[in-house]
Design a protein around this ligand. Structure first.
Ligand code: PLP
Length: 416
């Protein structure tokens, strides 16, 4: 059986991505053996209801039969050609048909790579070097988009990235007044999902569109999480705000590694080899990812998918708020469609700093308590819970029931 000591011997902190180390909630990493539907089975044989769902891609649940079948068939035909194949065109066409602002697509292997490429494209097209993003936003781990969140970025690069506080229209106006002419792009998630879920202010998104248009700055919507999660046409269709470029990832691969940049014919034509902005990759457009993505998007086009997962998420939100009120727990839940984050805070949560200042110990104790009772929830208040079509009302009820028993027993004292 795998254990933490063994893992830490060979992998940094025993993991390949920091949040998996469970440090935010002072717990040990989970080792997953396999997963099916809405559940994962750990290496000790425990079955847990999963709300992490691969951090968003698994909107159809784990091991969805159509995705598994498509990926298996594709793999059997050859893992990789390093040359073009029809499924790339089919998936690109599907995205173009779903998202009106996207006329052409370039596939990458990750969301990080998609955002990095979109920024490079914006810098070339505008002739400007500065990048604007939301303080606390996450767009993968390229240098330009991780300034202030890691060591190892030279000052010469760090000074090219500007930050604005989440949802602050006056601050946005100010930065555009002062730096509008130097900005290559404003990149943001239409619904932030990496400072916990932050529900959008439509007026803010519209202001972002107007200011970028006025200054010929490119507006990039990072829909790596929100793409095909909130609506089949993605968040931009739901909110009717049209970006210049869109980045995708997660759901469009059905759980297999993927990313993509999309935009107008004209903008996308600047990518090599039509244009001069280089992007390429051994695994870009990987056949198995394309096959998994196509199967996933086909399944998402079925009637009632979004209504079902949104309703489940709403019932979880309502149920948790109701028991929190009974138990006098200061709960705040931000939900957009089928993704949500639970915060423990007396005051409102608006942006990353208020998440950092929320009651993190109470949050950690709750997450540990849920895990002990068979529920795997994101072990960080900066992440979202994701509901899939494999979840049921019983799964929601179970979380509410466990939370009620934890909170009525006093979460701080009893859960260690
Ligand atoms: C909004 C957003 N953009 C970009 C990324 C980076 O994607 P990836 O992890 O596939 O590199 C993530 C990852 O979680 C994300 O949430």
């Amino acid at each position: 059986m795998m254990n933490r000591t063994e893992a830490e011997k060979y992998l940094v902190a025993g993991v390949n991505s920091p949040v998996r180390a469970y440090k935010h909630v002072q717990d040990a990493p989970v080792f997953i053996e396999r997963a099916e539907g809405a559940e994962v089975i750990d290496t000790e044989g425990n079955r847990l209801i999963d709300f992490i769902m691969g951090w968003g891609p698994l909107i159809l649940g784990h091991a969805h039969p159509a995705v598994v079948k498509a990926a298996q068939q594709s793999l059997a035909n050859g893992a990789l050609f390093g040359l073009t194949h029809p499924a790339e065109v089919h998936l690109a066409k599907k995205i173009v048909e779903a998202v009106p602002s996207v006329e052409r697509v370039r596939f990458t292997v990750s969301g990080t790579e998609a955002c990095m490429t979109a920024v490079r494209l914006a810098r070339h097209v505008t002739g400007c070097s500065k990048v604007l993003m939301i303080h606390g936003g996450y767009h993968g781990h390229s240098d330009a988009l991780l300034v202030g969140q890691t060591q190892g970025i030279p000052d010469s690069i760090a000074t090219e990235t500007l930050h604005v506080p989440f949802g602050d229209m006056a601050a946005l106006q100010k930065v555009f007044t002062e730096h509008g002419k130097e900005l290559a792009c404003f990149i943001l998630e239409p619904v932030a999902a990496n400072m916990g879920v932050m529900e959008p202010d439509l007026a803010y998104l519209k202001q972002a569109r107007q200011l970028t248009q006025d200054t010929q700055t490119l507006l990039i919507f990072d829909e790596v999480v929100t793409g095909f999660r909130l609506h089949y046409g993605c968040a931009q269709t739901l909110f009717d705000v049209t970006p210049d470029l869109t980045t995708f990832g997660k759901i469009i691969g059905g759980g297999l590694p993927i990313g993509a940049v999309g935009g107008s014919q004209k903008l996308m034509s600047h990518l090599a080899p039509e244009g001069q902005v280089y992007h390429g990759g051994t695994f870009a457009g990987s056949p198995v990812s394309m096959a998994g993505g196509l199967a996933a998007l086909n399944a998402l086009q079925q009637e009632g998918v979004y209504a079902k997962i949104n309703a489940l998420a709403e019932s979880l939100q309502k149920g948790l708020l109701s028991v929190a009120q009974q138990c006098d727990v200061p709960l705040k839940i931000h939900r957009q469609g089928s993704m949500l984050t639970v915060f423990f805070s007396d005051g409102p949560i608006q942006g990353v700093d208020s998440v950092s200042n929320s009651q993190r110990d109470v949050f950690a104790a709750w997450i540990r308590g849920l895990r002990k009772a068979g529920v795997l929830a994101p072990p960080s208040p900066y992440e979202g819970w994701f509901i899939s079509t494999a979840h049921t009302q019983e799964h929601m009820d179970r979380v509410i029931e466990i939370s009620e028993s934890l909170w009525s027993a006093d979460v701080n004292v009893k859960i260690k």
